[in-house]
Design a protein around this ligand. Structure first.
Ligand SMILES: [Zn+2]
Ligand SMILES: [Zn+2]
Length: 365
């Protein structure tokens, strides 16, 4: 059918892998550790259908900011060959007449082209923590206030700071304002410096490269492959919610596309129960001539979600990171994939086999 063909084109690899997952793998004691870009939506493949729904049934916004109501023409444009001006995804804004490329299902994939540019689709951003770079502001720079300047190959940095005009013998917290600014954000420049040694000898460096407190960690990380060194450097970082996508993983531009009044991040944040309740709203919102297409696509979603909900996972959201799921939840998601691809008979025989100890595990959790 139309939908089946489009789905196949959207994710041929995923479809193949489902077909070949045997029950034995689904019921393995420890499910494979999910990747950082794996979510309930990607693991169940429900997000593939959601992406298709957003591109075929969704309401785009033209480059001039006009919201375009969903039409069959938009859905049809997605099926045209990809050949420029009149090709795939090109639609006309009924308000201002501008021709523009509407988002295709592929564009909504946060694990490829739809990824938030800041976090690359992980939803998390790693930032250097100022309070880890200078954990004790009562120390002077000479005493080692800047922790990142105590990294290997950076121990001359206090003397570069001195050459710049920073007082390295006053507690960091008491320095006049412009000096900490130099420590945090001073430019990467080369300076001629003198380094006094313990024996009283002076070492001269003609081209000592200044690295501010942040640069010292970044440059160290860029030049080392040593696992222990990388671990030591990682301690300067903290993980937080990505400030660009607020954890949704999607590129912000994709959020202009609506289904009813929801963007793809909001739909991903619905529990499966809420998602099921949202489906009638989609039908209600779409024009009469789109009902049949909507039915084809939405049926894919409901067929896919049913075994997951039957296994008691209705409380999950598609945006939930797979890595945060319990072993039991992961097993049930893997089992639901197996159930979709095997005949009901084989599941019945599985359920009736008391020796299937794994069954006990997933039912208990
Ligand atoms: Zn317009
Ligand atoms: Zn992000």
């Amino acid at each position: 059918t139309y939908t089946r063909r489009r789905l196949g084109q959207t994710s041929p690899a995923a479809a193949d892998s489902v077909r070949h997952i045997p029950s034995a793998i689904a019921l393995r004691q420890r499910p494979t550790v999910p990747g950082i870009r794996s979510t309930v939506g990607t693991a169940t493949e429900a997000l593939n259908v959601i992406r298709l729904m957003f591109s075929r049934l969704g309401s785009p916004v033209c480059p001039n900011g006009h919201r375009v109501s969903p039409t069959l023409d938009i859905a049809k444009a997605m099926d045209l060959p990809n050949d420029g001006e009149s090709g795939m995804g090109m639609i006309t804004c009924p308000t201002c007449g501008v021709r523009f490329m509407a988002f295709a299902a592929e564009d909504f994939a946060f694990n490829s082209t739809g990824a938030c540019p800041t976090c690359g689709g992980t939803g998390q951003a790693r930032t250097l923590a100022a309070n880890r770079l200078i954990p004790d502001q009562t120390l002077t720079i000479r005493q080692g206030a800047v922790a990142s300047w105590r990294l290997p190959g950076r121990n001359f940095m206090p003397f570069v700071a001195q050459a710049i005009g920073i007082d390295i013998d006053t507690p960091f917290q008491d320095l006049p304002k412009d000096q900490p600014e130099q420590v945090w954000h001073g430019e990467r420049k080369k300076y001629a410096i003198n380094i006094p040694s313990k024996t009283g000898k002076i070492f001269h460096m003609d081209h000592a490269q200044y690295e501010n407190a942040f640069n010292a960690v970044e440059d160290s990380l860029a030049t080392t492959k040593n696992e222990r060194a990388i671990q030591r450097l990682n301690r300067f970082y903290e993980f937080g919610i990505c400030p660009t996508c607020h954890g949704s993983r999607f590129a912000p531009k994709l959020l202009s596309q609506h289904l009813v009044d929801q963007n793809i991040a909001q739909v991903s944040d619905m529990t499966l129960t809420q998602l099921a309740a949202f489906i009638p709203e989609i039908y209600h919102w779409l024009p009469a001539d789109m009902q049949s297409l909507a039915h084809d696509i939405i049926q894919e979603l409901t067929q896919l979600l049913k075994p997951i909900m039957d296994l008691g996972l209705s409380y999950l959201t598609l945006s939930r990171a797979a890595a945060s799921l319990s072993t039991g939840e992961l097993q049930r998601i893997q089992l639901s994939r197996t159930l979709r691809t095997e005949t009901p008979a084989s599941f019945t025989s599985l359920m009736n086999r008391p020796s299937a100890c794994m069954l006990q595990t997933f039912l208990d959790c």
